[in-house]
Design a protein around this ligand. Structure first.
Ligand SMILES: [Fe+2]
Ligand SMILES: [Fe+2]
Length: 270
């Protein structure tokens, strides 16, 4: 099974660039084209939030137009730049199979039709940049993991639930991180927690699993491990993750960088 993961696409309204400078729609189109040409073809694509720049329905609808060109199923979850109700009005259905009711305001769901179950977790906190898992979401997650039994699974959510020594995780924070960590320890079948938000490709062992953070499709975070400077981003070639679940039952993650018009150069060993 092959999973592609796209994150932090930050799509602005048609005809504009994100923050006036980043060609994020063009970047997303390049990633989609690249994924469609992968061999083997990914079985599924996970889009891990910050799909839009500011949560507007027009931005999300434009992102949907670009993502709909994928030739395989894809699933979305919200990030802190998205808006739950706008996201649902654009994506609810096959691309976001969530049942939202008075009792459930969160965008979480389970895809169990693959060898690896895909569990979408809503880590957003209305109006806040940081992440959260509250008692209600934890209870929902526990119920899903009990139903899932010992079948291998991944969680996918926008915010990484741990500190990575960068402002985006350590200052933005994650409410409920300790409780989620204690809980995750009990389920060794959680292969990885696939996240975004940091605009960095980075990994961390955490409570018996691995938190794997996908890069943005073109806005990289300038790495500052001193955390003294305000966050700065730079224009990066678009990139995405490929997660390969192999017959040895391990999940291998690769970062794929999409460089427009560049050919690979073969270096021969001397
Ligand atoms: Fe982002
Ligand atoms: Fe984010």
């Amino acid at each position: 099974m092959l999973i592609a993961q796209i994150s932090d696409t930050h799509i602005s309204e048609p005809g504009t660039k994100a923050y006036g400078i980043a060609p994020m729609a063009e970047n997303l189109a390049l990633c989609v084209e690249h994924i469609n040409q992968q061999e083997p073809l990914p079985d599924v694509v996970l889009v891990t939030g910050d799909i839009s720049c500011s949560g507007k329905e027009e931005e999300l609808a434009y992102a949907a137009d670009l993502l709909d060109k994928l030739t395989m199923p894809y699933y979305v979850i919200p990030g802190n730049h998205d808006n739950r109700s706008a996201l649902l009005s654009v994506f609810q259905g096959d691309r976001c199979p969530v049942e939202v009711s008075i009792d459930n305001k969160f965008i979480h769901y389970v895809i169990d039709s693959f060898p690896l179950s895909l569990i979408a977790v809503d880590s957003t906190m209305e109006g806040e940049p940081g992440g959260e898992i509250c008692e209600e979401r934890l209870a929902w997650l526990e119920k899903q993991l009990i139903i899932n039994g010992d079948k291998p699974c991944v969680l996918f959510m926008h915010h990484p639930p741990a500190r990575f020594n960068v402002i985006e995780s350590d200052i933005d924070g994650f409410v409920g991180s300790d409780k989620l960590g204690e809980f995750v320890c009990k389920y060794p079948n959680i292969q990885q927690i696939l996240c975004g938000h940091l605009h960095l490709a980075t990994f961390q062992q955490w409570n018996g699993t691995v938190i794997s953070v996908a890069p943005s499709t073109g806005m990289g975070l300038l790495l500052d491990l001193t955390m003294k400077r305000p966050s700065q981003f730079f224009l990066d070639p678009p990139s995405y993750q490929l997660h390969l679940w192999n017959s040895k039952q391990s999940l291998i993650s690769h970062t794929v960088v999409v460089k427009k018009g560049e050919r690979s150069y073969l270096f021969k060993k001397q």
